[in-house]
Ligand binder design. Structure first.
Ligand SMILES: Cc1cc2nc3c(=O)[nH]c(=O)nc-3n(C[C@H](O)[C@H](O)[C@H](O)COP(=O)(O)OP(=O)(O)OC[C@H]3O[C@@H](n4cnc5c(N)ncnc54)[C@H](O)[C@@H]3O)c2cc1C
Ligand SMILES: *[C@@H]1O[C@H](CO)[C@@H](O)[C@H](O)[C@H]1NC(C)=O
Ligand SMILES: *[C@@H]1O[C@H](CO)[C@@H](O)[C@H](O)[C@H]1NC(C)=O
Ligand SMILES: *[C@@H]1O[C@H](CO)[C@@H](O)[C@H](O)[C@H]1NC(C)=O
Ligand SMILES: *[C@@H]1O[C@H](CO)[C@@H](O)[C@H](O)[C@H]1NC(C)=O
Ligand SMILES: *[C@@H]1O[C@H](CO)[C@@H](O)[C@H](O)[C@H]1NC(C)=O
Length: 503
């Protein structure tokens, strides 16, 4: 133990010495001389990564580099207590800190962390299934793919994000959409209890009984209150192992008809059948369509080896440019939808990716036409934006809506569709940031204004960062008051106010 601690201490010390007191990297060192103290407090398996090392680069690389936090040093806890010790240390040194797991959190507010400690959660990935098979204790740094595979091997599953490379808690603390939400609700709806490190560095076990208001707040606004070192979630037997998909590539001349077709496929005031999911996006591909963006659209069906033609025929009738179909099991869904670890959305390639989400009840085909036209025009005028895309997500909703809205901090249970332009650009051109924000907001407004809704709800985990607390957490005053009261109680000094802060 001493040997390992000494090695970690050496790594920190050497950077302090190399960096010199004037160097931007040296905020930790400046205050302390060196971080031997911290290394000595951590368990033998913990690591400290210093700038320039492979570990540091891996731990700090992000899906979107725009308004990224500035990290001086990375601590990689090997135990839940290591997280607590790191928070205590940061507090003693008066250095800010931020938990990072999948590195897909892109909200610009995280950029407010300047010269801080990143707590990289990725070594806390233990998954233990309970003896009765009804729950699993999942390490606070677990990524979706590991959870999917581990549970699947045991004949189990639970709600995770759709993407293999995001964590459970990054999405889950803000609600968390996923392919199984129609059956079981959001990721946050699976939480039974958790271990959490509060702002003062103490590690506690919490559930609904320890403090009902805190528990309520963890389900939807949870990034604000602590670092979750493990969470116990509901898990389920695999009831339907078969899944099937059809995928349609649709050209821009069919935009109005395409969205009319989706609306017609969702007759029940927004409810797709519980076993059917719509997912897609539009993007530029001049080799398919030189006049406007191309739409990639998936229909997924659970418990089937081919998608029921009642769901697909109307889309075939549109005369799509191409179609594709296949079948497999639940683990294939991310692969089919380009959300697996090797797919583009999982790569950290140094781009700025900024999302501008808006929840709606239905598609307005004319507004979608306007959005396509603006997207096409902007991609021509500013070719640097031509790798942008625009998400259209229609998950099934029964499990989400079955849970009364006031029982968690999730404000969007009534929303049927998750629509979000994603403006992508190379951040080395500093003239693009404002232009990207203007374009994203303009696209979002087109959809919002046509929605007939009076309140703009922007899914907090997709938010750009310039929205209001009401946009993220709901317009009901009681929600805002309750969140603020919990914040004042557990985080009076606002240590957890980088990711979509309530205050
Ligand atoms: C390609 C892609 C696919 C996505 N798919 C989905 C999806 O299917 N469903 C969905 O709902 N969302 C999805 N999202 C959005 C996603 O919810 C957010 O981007 C989320 O922040 C990602 O979490 P992360 O751990 O990967 O990111 P990180 O940047 O590591 O974490 C985000 C924030 O979460 C907090 N945090 C991280 N770990 C912990 C912890 N253990 N305890 C407390 N706080 C913590 C920190 O404040 C951190 O800034 C997707 C995003 C991308 C880019
Ligand atoms: C770092 O701190 C430790 C413990 O306080 C001390 O023994 C060591 O000499 C210091 N190293 C440097 C380079 O200051
Ligand atoms: C960094 O990531 C790469 C690619 O995943 C991996 O091969 C390498 O071992 C990692 N390095 C460290 C120090 O974690
Ligand atoms: C984007 O623009 C560049 C030129 O700036 C061009 O080379 C590339 O093919 C374009 N890509 C798309 C998808 O339109
Ligand atoms: C549709 O559902 C929403 C909430 O889910 C509800 O407010 C609205 O009244 C419903 N509309 C119709 C026509 O049933
Ligand atoms: C730390 O904060 C928690 C939550 O507010 C509180 O329960 C606990 O007593 C505090 N611990 C210390 C040592 O102050």
């Amino acid at each position: 133990m001493e040997v390992v601690a000494a090695v970690a201490a050496w790594a920190v010390t050497s950077v302090c010495q190399n960096a010199g007191s004037e160097h931007w990297l040296s905020a930790v060192c400046r205050r302390d001389g060196n971080a031997t103290d911290l290394a000595g407090r951590l368990s033998p398996g913990a690591a400290i990564y210093t700038p320039g090392s492979d570990g540091f680069i891996n731990a700090t690389s992000r899906w979107s580099v725009f308004d990224a936090p500035t990290v001086n040093i990375v601590v990689v806890p090997a135990t839940e207590n290591d997280v607590a010790e790191t928070v205590k240390y940061a507090n003693e040194q008066d250095v800010p800190f931020l938990a990072v797991t999948g590195g897909h959190g892109a909200i610009t507010t995280v950029g407010r962390m300047k010269t801080g400690i990143e707590i990289w959660m990725n070594h806390l990935q233990d998954i233990e299934i309970s003896a009765d098979g009804a729950s699993a204790k999942i390490g606070g740094g677990s990524l979706s793919k590991r959870i999917l595979d581990t549970l699947w091997a045991a004949g189990k599953q639970t709600v995770t994000g759709s993407c293999e490379c995001t964590s459970l808690l990054g999405p889950g603390l803000g609600g968390g959409h996923g392919f199984l939400q129609g059956r079981h609700g959001l990721i946050a709806d699976q939480f039974l209890s958790m271990n959490i490190v509060f702002a003062n560095g103490s590690l506690h076990h919490i559930d609904k009984k320890t403090d009902a208001d805190l528990w309520w707040a963890m389900q939807g606004a949870g990034h604000n209150f602590g670092i979750v070192t493990s969470v116990t979630v509901k898990i389920y037997d695999i009831e339907y192992s078969d899944w099937a998909y059809e995928m349609f590539t649709v050209t821009s001349d069919k935009v109005e008809k395409f969205y009319q077709t989706i609306n017609a496929a969702i007759p029940n005031n927004g409810s797709l059948p519980v076993n059917v999911i719509h997912y897609g996006y539009f993007y530029n591909d001049p080799t398919i369509d030189s006049k406007g963006p191309v739409t990639a659209f998936w229909i997924l069906q659970e418990g089937a080896t081919s998608v029921d033609s009642a769901y697909t025929q109307p889309f075939h009738d549109l005369g799509p440019f191409a179609t594709e179909a296949g079948s497999g099991n639940y683990l294939d869904l991310p692969v089919w939808t380009d959300l697996d670890n090797s797919a583009a959305p999982c790569q950290h390639t140094g781009f700025a990716n900024t999302r501008f989400p808006v929840d709606t009840q239905t598609y307005d085909p004319q507004a979608m036409r306007k959005a396509y036209d603006l997207f096409a025009k902007a991609s021509l005028e500013t070719p640097a934006f031509n790798g942008s895309f625009f998400l259209i997500e229609g998950y099934s909703l029964q499990g989400v809506k079955a849970i009364p809205s006031d029982t968690t901090a999730v404000p969007f249970r009534d929303g049927n569709l998750l629509i979000a332009p994603v403006i992508r650009w190379d951040p080395s051109d500093s003239t693009l940031a404002q232009k990207a924000a203007d374009l994203g907001n303009e696209l979002r407004n087109i959809v919002f204004e046509a929605s007939g809704q009076s309140e703009l709800l922007t899914y907090v985990n997709y938010a750009f960062g310039d929205e209001t607390k009401q946009n993220w957490y709901g317009f009901e005053q009681w929600r805002q008051d309750k969140l603020l009261a919990v914040k004042d109680k557990y985080d009076p000094l606002r240590k957890f106010s980088f990711y979509a802060p309530i205050a």
